[in-house]
Design a protein around this ligand. Structure first.
Ligand code: G4P
Length: 523
C-alpha cells in the first residue's frame, strides 16, 4: 500500500453531534483522556478558560459559551489517528455545523438518557442521513435517573428512522449504575467511580457467570432486556452501520468515564477510515492520486493582530506537504500553501504534512471559498457543499449612511464566504437586502464582522418572513400580485420567494398548483 493509502486507513475523521448539555464537551474530554492526550480530565474546559481575548471571535465564544473557531482535535488511540471535528454545540445553530458534517466520515451522536432525542439532534441527524454518514450512538448520563433504555431505543427508531443495535446495555441505573454488559461477547464491565471522572475509570471485565453472582437483581433485569433484544435481532452489524441504516448503541456516563472506552474501540473497529471521495461526477478519486482537498469552512479575522483568513480543508487524496502549490478548480489559480496550521481555540500548530481524512487550515486564503476544490496533478472537482433552507431572516443597513460603500463590500464578501445568504431585490440591487440564515448566530457573526473588518457598523433587524421557496420568472410575476411575498435573487442567480405567512404559502400551493414553489431542502 502507498503511504497515503496506509495513512488514510488509520484515520478516523468524525464529529460529535448532540443537543446542548447532553455531554459533548465532557465526552470529548474523556476521549482525550483515554487516548492519553490529556493528563487529567477538565483540561479542555480549563483550556477554554485560558483563551485570552486575542480575537473578537473568542470574546464572543466566551460570552456565549460557544465554539466558532475551533476546527479539529487530533489524537491517537490504538494506532489510529482520530480527527475530531468541532461542531458548534450551542442552541444557536449555524450552517457551519452542517458544513462540518460534509468533511467527516462518521458521527457520534450523544443523547441524554433522561431526555432522548431533542429537536437539535433531530435536525443534525437529517443531515447525517442525507450524507449517508454512519452514526454511533452514545446514551449518556446513566449515573443519573434515566428513561428506560428500551423506550429510548423505540424513540430513536421512530424519530430518526435509524435501527439502534445496542452493543452495550446498562446494569443498574442512577446511583445503582454498576457497569455494562457487552452484548457481543456477554461479558460484564464493572466500573469504579473516580472523582468527577478525573482519571480513567478502573474497570474490571468479568464473565457473565461471575456477574450473575455478584450483581443480583440488577443483572437479572439487564439479562431479561438483553433477551428481548436478542429476540428482535438488534445486533450490531457493520454493513448496515456503514450504510447508515443501523446505529451501534452504547450506554454510559461520560462524567464518570463509564463506557467511554467502548465507544473509542468501536470507532477503531467499525467506523470507516478515510476512503476514496467521489468527485462531482460520482467518480472516486484514488487515495494515491495527487493531493486533493475541499474547503468546508472559511474563517476570517480569527486573530486581530493577523487580520488573516483561513480556509479549512479536508484532505481527500495524496500526501499534503506544506509549501506545495495546489490549484483551485474554480479559479484555476495556484495557491501556495506556505502557511498551513491546525487550529484549536487560540492555539495554532504548523502542519508539515497531512493525509486523507486530515483537516488543514490554509492561512492567507483570500481567494478561497467554501466548497472550492484544490488539487495537484489531475484536476478534480468535489461536489458542492449543500446550502440549507434558511429559517431566519433579517434586514441590514449601515448606521452611518456614509459607510454605504464599506457596507456593500462587506455584504459581497460575507455572502461569498457563506456567513449568511444575501438575498437581493432584482430591481434594487444592494439596497434593502434580506439576510437569510439557519440560525441567529450567523447574523451576530455577520454584524460583528461588518463592524470590525469593514468598518461598517450596521443595524440588523428581524424580518417578518416565515418561509422560503425557489421560484421562476413566470411564477414570480404572479406572486408579485399577492401581498406579503417578496421575490429576491440569491448569489447563484436563483429566484426565491419569501412568505410572511406560512399559512398563506400553503393556501397558494393548494389554490395555484401550477406555480413553481419548490422547497429548499437539504441536499
Ligand atoms: P455539551 O458540550 O453537550 O453542551 O455538554 P457538556 O459536556 O458541557 O455537559 C453539560 C453538563 O452535563 C455539564 O454539567 C456536565 O458536567 C454534565 N454531564 C456530562 N456528562 C455527564 C454524565 O455522564 N453524568 C452527569 N451526571 N452529568 C454529566 P454542568 O453543571 O453544566 O457543568 P460542570 O459545572 O459540571 O462543568
Amino acid at each position: 500500500m502507498s503511504q497515503p493509502a496506509q495513512e488514510a486507513a488509520r484515520r478516523r475523521t468524525f464529529a460529535i453531534i448532540s443537543h446542548p448539555d447532553a455531554g459533548k464537551t465532557t465526552l470529548t474530554e474523556k476521549f482525550l483522556l483515554y487516548a492519553g492526550a490529556l493528563g487529567e480530565a477538565g483540561a479542555v474546559k480549563a483550556r477554554e478558560g485560558r483563551r485570552s481575548a486575542t480575537s473578537d471571535w473568542m470574546d464572543m465564544e466566551k460570552k456565549r459559551g460557544i465554539s466558532i473557531t475551533s476546527t479539529a482535535l487530533t489524537f491517537d488511540y490504538r494506532g489510529m489517528q482520530f480527527n475530531l471535528l468541532d461542531t458548534p454545540g450551542h442552541r444557536d445553530f449555524s450552517e457551519d455545523t452542517y458544513r462540518v458534517l460534509a468533511a467527516v466520515d462518521s458521527v457520534v451522536m450523544v443523547l441524554d438518557a433522561a431526555k432522548g432525542i431533542e429537536p437539535q439532534t433531530l435536525k443534525l441527524f437529517e443531515v447525517c442521513r442525507t450524507r449517508q454518514l454512519p452514526v454511533v450512538t452514545f446514551v449518556n448520563k446513566y449515573d443519573r435517573p434515566a428513561r428506560p433504555p428500551l423506550e429510548l431505543l423505540d424513540e430513536i427508531e421512530q424519530q430518526i428512522g435509524l435501527r439502534p443495535t445496542p452493543a452495550t446495555w446498562p446494569v443498574g441505573s442512577a446511583e445503582d449504575f454498576a457497569g455494562v454488559i457487552d452484548r457481543r461477547d456477554g461479558t460484564f464491565t464493572r466500573f469504579t467511580r473516580t472523582v468527577r471522572g478525573s482519571a480513567i475509570a478502573p474497570e474490571e471485565v468479568i464473565s457473565a457467570d461471575a456477574a450473575r453472582a455478584s450483581e443480583g437483581s440488577r443483572w437479572a433485569q439487564a439479562q431479561d432486556e438483553c433477551e428481548l433484544l436478542d429476540a428482535v435481532g438488534a445486533n450490531v452489524e457493520r454493513s448496515s452501520f456503514l450504510d447508515a441504516e443501523s446505529t451501534p448503541l452504547f450506554v454510559g456516563s461520560a462524567l464518570t468515564n463509564f463506557g467511554v472506552r467502548h465507544v473509542l474501540d468501536t470507532l477503531v473497529d467499525l467506523a470507516p477510515s478515510a476512503g476514496e471521495r467521489l468527485d462531482v461526477n460520482g467518480t472516486p478519486r484514488s487515495l494515491d492520486d495527487g493531493c486533493s482537498a475541499f474547503v468546508f469552512k472559511v474563517q476570517a479575522n480569527m486573530d486581530k493582530s493577523h487580520r488573516d483568513r483561513i480556509a479549512f480543508v479536508r484532505i481527500c487524496s495524496g500526501a499534503f506537504e506544506r509549501g506545495m502549490v495546489l490549484t483551485c478548480h474554480r479559479t484555476e489559480k495556484p495557491f501556495a500553501t506556505k502557511y498551513a496550521s491546525q487550529v484549536f481555540g487560540a492555539e495554532r500548530t504548523t502542519v508539515e504534512e497531512a493525509f486523507p481524512g486530515d483537516v488543514v487550515g490554509l492561512v492567507n486564503a483570500a481567494d478561497l471559498q467554501i466548497g472550492d476544490s484544490l488539487y495537484v496533478g489531475s484536476p478534480v472537482e468535489f461536489p458542492p457543499i449543500p446550502r440549507f433552507a434558511p429559517e431566519v431572516f433579517a434586514s441590514a443597513r449601515p448606521f452611518d449612511t456614509s459607510k454605504y460603500k464599506q457596507f456593500r463590500k462587506g455584504l459581497e464578501q460575507l455572502d461569498s464566504e457563506g456567513v449568511v445568504q444575501v438575498l437581493r431585490d432584482p430591481q434594487q440591487g444592494d439596497a434593502n437586502p434580506v439576510l437569510a440564515a439557519v440560525g441567529q448566530l450567523q447574523f451576530e457573526v455577520f454584524a460583528s464582522r461588518l463592524e470590525i473588518e469593514f468598518n461598517a457598523p450596521s443595524e440588523i433587524m428581524p424580518s417578518p418572513y416565515e418561509s422560503i421557496r425557489f421560484t421562476d420568472e413566470a411564477s414570480a410575476e404572479r406572486l408579485k400580485e399577492i401581498g406579503g411575498i417578496r421575490i429576491l435573487r440569491r448569489r447563484d442567480g436563483r429566484l426565491v420567494a419569501l412568505f410572511e405567512s406560512r399559512y398563506r404559502l400553503q393556501r397558494i400551493e393548494t389554490d395555484e398548483p401550477d406555480l413553481m414553489l419548490d422547497p429548499i431542502s437539504v441536499g
